[in-house]
Design a protein. Structure first.
Length: 583
């Protein structure tokens, strides 16, 4: 009787099941999800109120109303996912490890491609501030510039430009100068630790540093002091890097709004820097630090790097330990560098990658920089459908359509640059057999668990953004996700991961528009690495655009090599925001 009632309410369900069985692909799932989400609401505020006792929470009438749209979208996602037939042998994309992780093995050492050269000191302090890590390393190694001098330069720029950029939560001048002085002593005595020795950097303020607040960008935690030290921070200390500041993030790693305001893009102070690695991208692009560390769960490196014109590396899931970092989604969180060049990202990645015995998901893997082989031995593809789709048709308004066409043209030129380097990208297709968008509540469920206490305490009211698409409301919605639906979504995720491996069997790297289709969510669900870098500037307002290179799992060496070759053939990463290029 129950099944008959469901069929009566959803006559399309059987039709969609038949279409799915015929192998029509992800497009049908996307349309199904959209159609189901647009139906008259199945969940009402009264229903939410009646269900609150199950979760043990008590909401206000206003909070229930705010939840309605999102909860009904969750129900539509469940309906969509139930269209996928899953064999009993398919396990969720979750792995329990009842044994101690393998011992830590140091990653392969990376050296700058300029190693052994002695570039001259830049003519101005501005040129020095914008120098890439590879150049700073040579200047510090040859003692043409001291770590203390460089640190004072960056601290001065951080203090002077932050009032306009709002990219700093906590400056760390005492620690920075102490570390810089130690670096100068060690370099003077021949104890050179490598290319990051003496280079000032900034930490996204979800990384724990003893003695300093770790605010997570959120008002409820603005005075939080954590006793542990993030593994990434420890490894950069071991590499001799100098921590100059803890940088902003959108509250609880969403967006660019934190408890102190909105972090701005140095290219346009009327725009936020996007997020959630908002301060990391803004500070790097403005020449306020040598490099920064960010994190990504679903676009938090790709998006701010795009808005600010920085270069970012999102490593393979598990390549960098998350110990001492705020947990948002245990199965999706990743840590990676933002810098002024692909090579800089490679040098930082080499210093922080590898298992530490503290993050059970962290593993060791091969990495080599520089690549050291003929670039043409790397098989490169491009997501053909994403380059060919009419992006202007997907937006409204003439101005938006013009911007979409302009960015699409810049993306197509990226392929031409690769061809000029002797690389002939081959067309590939991304997975289409399973839904992608309707799996996004995996993140919502894990985040709701990670911040369950915040929701139950009512302190989520302290967060600045109190709108439908912000964490307070999303975390409340996450309380409504059944365990069965979460696990079903992860079983589909397992199938998606298998299909992704099949689709990438013929390439080592592929190129995709940064926001094309479901690629961003897809690859964050499957754990594949990505490099995002500027590929042009809009004619109207001069703000940057970006392109994304994607790699095979643990394929950072080839991925960075191709992205570096493209970047060396262009000059987009060398341009400076006018406001930050001031003396």
């Amino acid at each position: 009787m129950e099944a008959m009632d469901v069929e009566a309410r959803w006559p399309r369900r059987r039709i969609l099941q038949l279409l799915t069985a015929a192998g029509v692909g992800n497009a049908v799932f996307a349309r199904a999800f959209a159609a189901l989400a647009e139906e008259a609401p199945r969940v009402t505020a009264a229903m939410i109120e009646r269900a609150e006792w199950i979760a043990g929470v008590e909401l206000t009438p206003e909070e229930r109303e705010l939840m309605l749209e999102g909860v009904n979208e969750l129900v539509a996602a469940y309906e969509t996912n139930r269209l996928v037939e899953i064999d009993n042998g398919v396990a969720p994309a979750l792995v329990f490890q009842p044994v101690t992780p393998r011992p830590h093995v140091e990653p392969v050492e990376a050296v700058p491609t300029t190693a052994g050269t002695e570039p001259g000191r830049p003519e101005s302090d501005v040129d020095l501030a914008f120098a890439p890590v590879s150049q700073l390393a040579a200047l510090l190694r040859t003692r043409q510039v001291s770590a203390v001098e460089l640190t004072r330069l960056y601290l001065e720029r951080l203090e002077r430009l932050d009032p306009r950029l709002r990219c700093v939560i906590t400056l760390t001048p005492e620690l920075a100068l102490e570390q810089a002085e130690r670096a100068d002593r060690e370099i003077a005595h021949g104890h050179y630790r490598g290319p990051l020795h003496g280079v000032p950097w900034g930490a996204k303020d979800l990384l724990a540093v003893p003695g300093y607040p770790t605010t997570w960008g959120a008002m409820p935690y603005k005075d939080q002091m954590r006793p542990d030290k993030a593994t990434v921070v420890s490894r950069l200390e071991d590499a001799g890097a100098v921590l100059a500041a803890k940088l902003t993030l959108g509250a609880l790693a969403w967006g660019d709004v934190w408890f102190g305001g909105t972090t701005k893009s140095p290219w346009n102070l009327e725009q936020g820097s996007s997020g959630s690695s908002a301060g990391s991208a803004s500070a790097v692009a403005a020449g306020l630090v040598g490099f920064a560390i960010g994190t990504e769960t679903w676009g938090s490196i790709v998006s701010p790097a795009t808005r600010c014109g920085a270069t970012g590396l999102r490593p393979t899931f598990g390549r960098v330990s998350r110990h001492g970092a705020m947990a948002l989604s245990w199965s999706m969180d990743k840590i990676g560098p933002l810098a002024r060049s692909v090579e800089d990202c490679a040098l930082v990645f080499a210093a922080v990658a590898g298992a530490d015995g503290l993050d059970d998901a962290a593993v060791d893997g091969p990495f080599r920089w520089p690549w050291g082989r003929d670039l043409r031995t790397i098989r490169v593809g491009y997501a053909a459908a994403l380059f060919e789709e009419d992006r202007a048709a997907a937006v409204e308004g003439e101005e938006e359509k013009a911007l979409a066409r302009e960015w699409q043209e810049l993306d197509l030129r990226t392929l031409e640059v690769l061809r000029s380097l002797g690389i002939e990208p081959v067309p590939i297709s991304l997975p289409e057999r399973y839904p992608v968008e309707s799996l996004s509540f995996i993140l919502t469920a894990e985040a709701a668990c990670a911040f369950d206490e915040l929701t139950r305490s009512g302190r989520d009211d302290l967060l600045v953004r109190q709108v439908a698409r912000a964490w307070p409301n999303e975390l409340r919605q996450g309380q409504t996700i059944p365990a069965v639906e979460y696990l079903r979504a992860n079983r589909i995720r397992s199938l998606l991961m298998r299909e992704m491996e099949e689709r990438l069997a013929g390439v080592d790297v592929y190129v995709a528009p940064s926001y094309g289709g479901d690629n961003l969510l897809l690859t964050n669900l499957t754990g594949h690495p990505a490099v995002v870098l500027p590929n042009g500037f809009r004619a109207g307002d001069g703000t940057p655009t970006s392109i994304t290179f994607m790699g095979r799992l643990h394929g950072e060496s080839a991925l960075l090599a191709v992205a570096h070759a493209y970047q060396q053939a262009t000059d987009f990463h060398l341009r400076r925001p006018p406001m930050a290029a001031e003396g």
